[in-house]
Design a protein around this ligand. Structure first.
Ligand code: ADP
Ligand code: MG
Length: 478
């Protein structure tokens, strides 16, 4: 039988506010355990949560970016459950009335097409603390620094049909929240993580199959692998006459498999009810307009503009707009050298390679965009060849100064004086009489040999186009 995969993702993005969603405690990652949890985060009796306005603005910005409805009135609810890292006994979340609903995102498919993925809702909630299992012997440590950290949970429609589509969607959302500057996107630190709901159904069947939910996937690779494993598991189960049970599963990357964690709880197990400590969140049209005024250009729009304004291919424009930092760097280079295609090639080639080698982010590049622009200008005005430019770039990366200084200090200026080039050509011809004879008797391939000799004699500094032209004339002559 042919099977179809159905996937819906619930993505948790940590909103990058300085303080927590309902308290003034700091959210910075990596502090000593329990140093950033105040009475509100600990849920001590008699404390009152106060909503952080910055969290609301960030959620509205996300809502606008995914073309969703922003609720004029949304409500915080208590989701009741017991866990050692949740001292209050409930998590403050949103249930019936989320702040954002009915949005969508377009993903690029491998065949070049695009697909719209519905976003059911995005709601605000607080994160819980962490249980720490290492270093406590038979006991478990509790770190409540993360308790009360603001999250936005973004729930997709079950519109995804493969692990690849799921990853494309997750990457798209990841790029979006980073563009918006509402989440740092750091997946190792858990700032962006995902639960994947996976089911299969016979191809052509309308009704969805029973799903399993794989919790807490914190890398794109794990999402892809966990889904692929889960799809295989469900198909094997169904084909051997079994049934899929609705449950929560965990992915184990070491064994590349998912394992049952617990049977799936129903919403009514949580006894959701509106939190009496918090007022409903009201958002007015002018609040929305004020957030809209602060929105940066979004990735899709930027990509279209790069294609239009810089005559780039879809692929190049997509690569250069993958992050806002790289896109900004590119535009700063182009502003300084007016060579959009050359700049694109350099950024995707030597520049990216150098960053990877040095394990640096775009923002940490030792070569500023203006400095790279100067280098590219020297290629354009034929001061140096593209090949020599690579040597200059490496020297710039190593901190030897700007392009002009390195070109002068190392004597790399291109030889464009035809008299000088001719003299070298004559020397090369005189030194290689047998090659000359073979060439003249029809061995055309030897032309490359002569070019190589001339370039070698000039340490690569002769203008390659001129060398070709003069050499051809000379070899044909007499
Ligand atoms: P819950 O709140 O119990 O996690 P929801 O109904 O809100 O459940 O759905 C959570 C996610 O599961 C959504 O992303 C949704 O698209 C997805 N989903 C729902 N049904 C299925 C299904 N049969 N197969 C795959 N994904 C599903
Ligand atoms: Mg869920």
């Amino acid at each position: 039988m042919e099977w179809e995969t159905v996937i819906g993702l619930e993505i948790h993005a940590q909103l990058n506010t300085a303080s927590k969603i309902f308290s003034g405690a700091a959210t910075a990652y990596g502090a000593e355990p329990n140093r950033q949890a105040c009475a509100v985060d600990l849920g001590l009796p008699g404390v009152l949560p106060v909503l952080n306005a910055a969290v609301v603005r960030k959620a509205v910005m996300l809502g606008l970016a995914i073309d969703a409805e922003i609720a004029p009135r949304s409500v915080f609810a208590r989701k009741n459950y017991f866990y050692p890292d949740l001292p209050k006994g409930y998590q403050i979340s949103q249930y019936e009335l989320p702040i954002v609903a009915r949005g969508h995102l377009e993903i690029d498919l491998e065949d070049g097409g695009r697909k719209r993925i519905g976003i059911t809702r995005a709601h605000l909630e607080e994160d819980a603390g962490k249980s720490v299992h290492e270093g406590f012997g038979a006991m478990t440590g509790i770190d409540l620094n993360r308790a009360g950290t603001p999250l936005v949970e973004i729930v997709s429609e079950p519109d995804l049909r493969s692990a690849k589509e799921a990853v494309a969607y997750m990457k798209k959302l990841h790029a979006l929240v980073r563009y918006l500057g509402i989440c740092d996107g750091n997946m190792q630190e858990g700032s962006f993580r995902c639960d994947a709901n996976v089911s299969v159904r016979p191809k052509g069947q309308q009704a969805f199959g029973t799903r399993a939910e794989i919790k807490n996937l914190n890398s794109f690779r794990f999402v892809e692998r966990a889904i692929n494993f889960e799809v295989e598991r469900q198909i094997d189960l169904l084909e051997s006459g079994g049934t899929v049970v609705q449950e929560t599963r965990l992915y184990d990357p070491d064994r590349d498999e998912t394992r049952s964690m617990r049977s799936k709880e129903e919403a009514n197990d949580y006894r959701y009810f509106p939190d009496p400590d918090l007022l409903p969140v009201t958002i007015h049209a002018q609040d929305i307009e004020s957030v809209r005024g602060e929105m940066p250009e979004l990735p899709d729009a930027k990509r279209e503009r790069f294609i239009r304004d810089y005559a780039l291919s879809v692929y190049d424009a997509g690569t250069l707009t993958a992050t806002r930092e790289l896109a900004d760097y590119y535009e700063a280079v182009v502003a300084g050298c007016d060579a959009p295609k050359l700049a694109a090639n350099w950024l995707m080639g030597d520049f990216t390679a150098a960053l990877n080698r040095s394990e640096l982010e775009v923002g940490q590049s030792p070569v500023a965009p203006q400095a790279l622009a100067q280098l590219l200008t020297r290629i354009q005005d034929e001061t140096i060849s593209g090949k020599i430019a690579k040597e200059v770039f490496d020297a710039m990366w190593a901190g030897e100064g700007d392009a002009d200084r390195i070109i002068a200090a190392r004597g790399l200026k291109q030889i464009t004086d035809t008299g000088a080039i001719d003299r070298i050509i004559d020397e090369v011809i005189a030194a290689n009489p047998s090659q000359l004879e073979q060439y003249r008797s029809g061995k055309d391939k030897l032309f490359g040999f002569f070019v190589g000799q001339v370039m070698k004699k000039t340490q690569g500094k002769a203008n390659p186009a001129q060398v070709n032209e003069r050499l051809r004339a000379r070899l044909q002559g007499d």
